[in-house]
Ligand binder design. Sequence first.
Ligand code: DAH
Length: 338
Amino acid sequence: MIKEIKKHLKKVNDFHTENLSELESFRIEYSGKKGILNDFFVSFRDIPNENKKEYGKELNILKELVSNKIQSIKNSISLTSEMGKNGDLFRPGFEFDTGSRHPLSIVKNRIISIFSQIGFKLSEGPEIEDDWHNFTALNLPEHHPARDMQDTFFIQTNPDKLLRTHTSSVQVRYMENNKPPIRILSPGRVFRNEAISSRSHCIFHQVEGLYINREVSFADLKQTLQFFTKALFGKSIIRLRPSYFPFTEPSAEVDIYWGLETETDRRITKGTGWLEIMGCGMVDPNVLINCNIDPEKYSGYAFGMGIERITMLLYQIGDIRMFFENDLRFLKQFKSSI
Ligand code: DAH
């Protein structure tokens, strides 16, 4: 009897097929109701007691072997048929192209993260604006000559609608709907009807900042800007040049001291070492009144900067049109974790 089992052990061991129906016949032959294993178990009864242990052991080995054999052949058949469908499953994978962030997004995110450290919250507004939010509420009533500072795209079917010319419009929207203290940062896309050249484009991006509270002073503005320029450019020497914006009084343009160490420094600063990076000022009381904030109680500052210009400085990019051409050879050069 034991001899008989050993013979089957060898047979099962040697068995091989790549065919499912052959495997099924093998399974029925051994594990079916009237199969070989069953026969062995039936004859177990007639084995003399002293031999039962050895016989039982061998029989269990055979049973285990049969079931392992069936499983392993099944696995290998399903693997090969998968391969037929999908090719070689063991081939090396495709390289994953992760892409990279657009340089304007990298710089925008850096600006946001710097201002968020000192409590500025994000607030965004629509790109299609009305006259009130883009101009009138910002102390630029109809026919005000300063409207010509920003050549505007109007929406033909509705003379009250236009593509916003600056992100200052978001200030108005926020102040109309929120009470001071207000501390917001508003990044976004803006539009101006300007000829496209290496230095200007009809679409570009700005970041606007606004802080309104009791007793906000020009000194607070200057400190904030110094903190920002140090964090973004690593340079904190700034100067505030008197300027004019209808929505701020007094108004200033901010220059940073860039230096005159290299030929490029000389070229981009036109030989002066100074570079203009943004406009700013104390929010004009008329703007506060237009937004239902009492200028007797509150004051504040605002600033606005162009993201393209700052990105061009940081990465030494000579032509603003590069940002909009989607040339992968250009875009692939930028890497960032934010
Ligand atoms: N809106 C101005 C522009 O687009 C930039 C600006 C200047 C924004 C002064 C401000 C500001 O908030 O106070 O040219």
